[in-house]
Design a binder for this molecule. Structure first.
Ligand code: ADP
Length: 423
């Protein structure tokens, strides 16, 4: 194993995994702290849910993931977080980095959320989202991790016991040697974590080249673009043109959506307007017994006879709010996730082997219900959303797990077309 990635959330794990595949690395995603020895692959990504949980839990889970990677002989550890540096005043980016560095006896590491292709750039330690500072972006109002400061040194310093420094872009621009020298100097000054600037892909390539020998890197998924070539240059692996090859899945196709994001609403509308089979789950009606699970299961299986069916709870914000007001936010979400996961299971029992799931939490619920613990990463449908291959009752099943905001209006039909399904 070349690299072991510890990702702090589920769809972020899939995102970085698809970047590693793009670099020609055979990549497997493992869901949750591994219960068994890790699979053989160039890269393994362990998907945790550690972004906003209490600090001790995040640290504990991350150290367990690290132990699994060490047992598998991974050459480098990559702590992956969001490209908007999602964290609270307590962490968890700082505390997890500290714990991993201590366990690895790493003298210095970088912090680099930059992902220029997606409009995330870091300059002089300041994170930009598109044209605006992080603190002026919609992340300012995030419900769990509101980001009020774009200065990453100021954001990170209170979260870590180590001193935080900077490798500024003019240094990065000079190439890998200059970055290595800057890191050496920072280390001599007693700095443990260096925020690394990057405003374009070339900067990420340079940083990856300079940091591929460090025991630990911490970054968004962008750095993965450069790490593949850096590992290959060291002769650690040969990039494979077939890294995204998946075993064939034999069966029908269906779609499940529990995301209510703007992007998913547009995708649902496009699907409905093209006259394709759709089944709406109304959590309020389920709660009141006007829709029963048995009924929904029968309807879903019947509609599957007409082609790929989209089963969804996707609704506009007023509808979601009304349901949440009646049931409470958490219970409404859980009831919806449980219902959709049960329907996914029924569809798979009815022969579905290619399943598109929209929504991060919904994806977690569906994979858990299906008992899928490992995903081999295939080709991307759109940036950050690859087809993946898992096992259900020892049979190959393909899953495309889409975080809410990803994909254009035609995402659902594009996903099916890429899987060779006529819809
Ligand atoms: P996203 O990736 O778009 O955030 P998630 O699946 O992570 O999507 O989160 C959406 C949440 O909203 C889930 O908990 C889901 O069960 C819930 N949900 C979906 N539809 C409804 C609805 N009609 N009413 C209330 N909650 C809903």
């Amino acid at each position: 194993m070349i690299v072991g990635v510890i990702a702090d959330d589920f769809t972020g794990a899939t995102d970085v995994a698809s970047m590693l595949v793009r670099a020609g690395m055979r990549t497997v995603q493992v869901i949750g702290v591994p219960q068994a020895p890790l699979p053989r692959a160039d890269a393994v990504v362990i998907a945790l849910k550690s972004r906003t949980c209490p600090v001790p839990e995040a640290v504990e889970m991350s150290l367990q993931a690290l132990a699994a990677f060490q047992a598998a002989g991974a050459r480098q550890i990559y702590f992956k977080y969001c490209s908007t540096f999602d964290s609270t005043a307590q962490g968890n980016i700082g505390p997890v980095t500290d714990a991993l560095m201590q366990a690895l006896r790493a003298p210095i590491t970088i912090a680099c959320p930059a992902f220029p292709e997606n409009g995330r750039t870091v300059f002089r330690g300041h994170l930009f989202v598109g044209d605006v500072l992080l603190s002026d972006s919609s992340m300012r109002a995030h419900p769990l991790t509101p980001m009020h400061d774009a200065n990453l040194l100021r954001v990170l310093q209170p979260q870590t016991l180590q001193r935080v420094g900077l490798v500024p872009q003019p240094v990065v621009q000079q190439g890998p040697k200059a970055v290595e020298q800057a890191l050496d100097q920072l280390r001599l000054q007693g700095i443990g974590i260096a925020v690394a600037d990057a405003i374009g892909n070339q900067d990420l390539m340079t940083l990856a080249q300079a940091c591929a020998d460090l025991p630990l890197v911490t970054a968004g998924s962008g750095l993965a673009l450069g790490l593949g070539p850096a590992y290959a240059q060291r002769g650690w692996f040969a990039p494979s043109a077939q890294a995204d090859g998946l075993n064939a899945a034999h069966g029908t196709a269906a779609l499940i959506s529990g995301s209510c994001s703007q992007a998913t609403q547009a995708q649902l509308l496009h699907w409905q307007n093209s006259g394709r089979p759709t089944l709406r789950v109304d959590p309020l009606a389920v709660h009141e017994g006007r829709q029963t699970l048995d009924q929904l299961k029968r309807q879903a299986v019947a509609l599957l006879g007409q082609g790929p069916v989209l089963v969804h709870a996707t609704a506009d914000s007023a509808t979601v709010q009304a349901t949440q007001n009646r049931l409470g936010v958490e219970p409404a979400g859980q009831l919806t996730e449980r219902t959709l996961a049960a329907l996914a299971q029924t569809l798979v029992e009815a022969g579905v082997r290619k399943l598109v799931v929209a929504g991060g939490e919904t994806s977690g619920a569906v994979t858990q219900a299906l008992g899928v613990r490992q995903l081999h990463i295939g080709a991307s449908i759109c940036p950050g959303v690859p087809w993946t291959e898992g096992l259900w009752n020892d049979q190959v099943i393909w899953l495309a797990l889409k975080s809410g905001n990803f994909g254009g209006p035609e995402f659902f039909t594009e996903a099916l077309a890429q899987a060779g399904v006529a819809a």
